[in-house]
Ligand binder design. Structure first.
Ligand SMILES: Cc1cc2nc3c(=O)[nH]c(=O)nc-3n(C[C@H](O)[C@H](O)[C@H](O)COP(=O)(O)OP(=O)(O)OC[C@H]3O[C@@H](n4cnc5c(N)ncnc54)[C@H](O)[C@@H]3O)c2cc1C
Length: 444
């Protein structure tokens, strides 16, 4: 076996490691190239999100390689949102009509390590850490990597870019003029803070995803197995009440005391975290094509990074791997047929979740707090109970099913149209009845 026979996967993040497992299972020799050192040696990159919400799509992929049990052993199920108003009591909003369905807070590092262990245990997978892709010929599959020992050349029969939102593979295809891309950055960034355990226990309810909706900005908090919470601020990058506007410890304390008063006693390192943790960027990546000549392909964030407000980026990347595996099945492992089929099937779904994720930001930071929204949720849950399986909320379809994202949007639109028609019909009936009563009254 030579490098020419190998499938190269660039990026040993969440999608890359899972992909290596699926490809090795199909019998391919796989070379997994990662720019970072082996994360299992203990070094943690500051500023990458510490935990993430894993839901049905991600779990479905992990089940297929028998890793769901291990990953879920340390997961903390979150059955709904806990809203923190500026004043007054916290309010719980269940994610599902039954109240028992949950999204799962898991450690990103532990998930990545579990996937790395699974990939490296498979025959045929070799992992090259500290290999940063800096050159790629899309015709030959020849690659150049920067390593601590200098530049290294490699090649492969197929090169798959799973190297995240700032993908170097995508950048190379762009440089060759065989791909176009758009990157829409939000005017918002994110910063992480920590709520440590309180008296050895969780300081907040660990069964919920906590949200501090503040109109134009928000904070969320997810529980960790060590009984801490990781908070993420999603704030404007510039302007008033933005990351740029708060610098001095006094200004930081004052801002949190005014807008997040219940956080102050729970976050003793607030000012230090705020001053030292970086601000991450948020955006949506769109590009096309996702493959060139069946030789180079893109998947996960490299093909379609999205904003994190539906908790679906990693779930969607995992679903990509399942779909690519299915396309290889259907195309008898003919990559020149499988990669275009993969793009054809996944692109509209990636676009659908990209749009739903953007819309969910407005819902989380603003709408969730409004009485009208809360009443709407109660009506929605009542409909789900009255019409089980026939009326299903968007949140349930996205988080608790593997219904393709584009189909979720179509189905939710259909449901809303029918509801609208029923509401108009009911109003007409009511108006008719009222009219009849009035005219009977006049006759009498
Ligand atoms: C604040 C925040 C919260 C999030 N919360 C959630 C959530 O709750 N649920 C969810 O499903 N998703 C969430 N996401 C999204 C999720 O993190 C991503 O969608 C997911 O990590 C994508 O996986 P990936 O493997 O495609 O990319 P990545 O995880 O980014 O992995 C890419 C890998 O490629 C490597 N790499 C990069 N460049 C090179 C190179 N030149 N050469 C070699 N290797 C390279 C990187 O080091 C990395 O290991 C969140 C994202 C953010 C920013």
């Amino acid at each position: 076996m030579t490098e020419r026979d190998e499938i190269a996967v660039v990026g040993a993040g969440l999608a890359g490691c899972l992909l290596a497992c699926f490809l090795a299972r199909r019998g391919y020799p796989v070379a997994l190239y990662e720019r970072r050192p082996d994360p299992r040696t203990g070094k943690v990159e500051r500023g990458r999100s510490i935990n993430l919400a894993l839901s049905e799509r991600g779990l479905d992929a992990l089940r297929r390689i028998g890793l769901d049990g291990q990953v879920m052993a340390d997961a903390l199920p979150m059955r709904g949102r806990m809203l923190h108003p500026v004043e007054g009591e916290q309010q719980f909003q269940s994610y599902s009509v039954s109240g028992d369905r949950a999204i799962n807070s898991i450690s990103r590092g532990a998930l990545n390590n579990a996937l790395l262990d699974a990939a490296s245990a498979l025959p045929g997978v070799r992992i090259a850490f500290e290999h940063r892709l800096v050159g790629l010929d899309p015709i030959t599959g020849d690659m150049t990597f920067e390593t601590p020992q200098g530049k290294v050349a490699a090649t492969a029969s197929v090169v798959l870019g799973a190297d995240g939102a700032g993908s170097a593979v995508r950048g190379q295809l762009l440089g060759y003029g065989v791909l176009t891309e758009s990157v829409d950055f939000l005017d918002y960034g994110y910063k992480e803070l920590t709520i440590p355990p309180l008296g050895g226990d969780f300081a907040l309810d660990p069964g919920a995803l906590h949200i501090w909706p503040r109109g134009t900005s928000m904070m969320i908090a997810l529980p960790n197995p060590d009984r801490s919470f990781t908070c993420t601020l999603f704030w404007p990058t510039h302007g008033t009440a933005s990351f740029a506007s708060l610098g001095s410890p006094a200004a930081i304390e004052q801002h949190f005391a005014t807008h997040y008063p219940d956080l102050i006693p729970l976050a003793p390192n607030l000012v230090d975290d705020y001053q030292h943790n970086p601000v991450g960027v948020l955006g949506t990546v769109r590009c096309t094509p996702w493959q060139v000549n069946g030789k180079v392909g893109l998947l996960g964030d490299a093909a379609h990074a999205i904003v994190p407000f539906y908790g679906q980026g990693a779930n969607c990347a995992f679903e990509d791997v399942v779909e690519l595996d299915r396309c290889l099945d259907e195309c008898d492992d003919d990559w020149a047929a499988a990669l275009p089929l993969f793009q054809h099937r996944r692109q509209e779904n990636a676009e659908a979740i990209a749009q739903m994720a953007l819309a969910n930001f407005v819902e989380m930071r603003d709408k969730v707090a409004s009485p009208l929204f809360q009443a709407g949720k109660r009506v929605e849950h009542a409909l789900e109970r009255a019409l089980p399986g026939r009326y299903v909320s968007r949140y349930e379809l996205v988080s608790f099913s593997t219904t393709p994202y584009a189909e979720v949007r179509r189905r939710v639109r259909r449901q809303h149209r029918v509801l609208g028609a029923v509401a108009v019909g009911a109003a007409a009936l009511l108006a008719g009845a009222v009219g009849a009563v009035i005219s009977r009254g006049r006759r009498g």
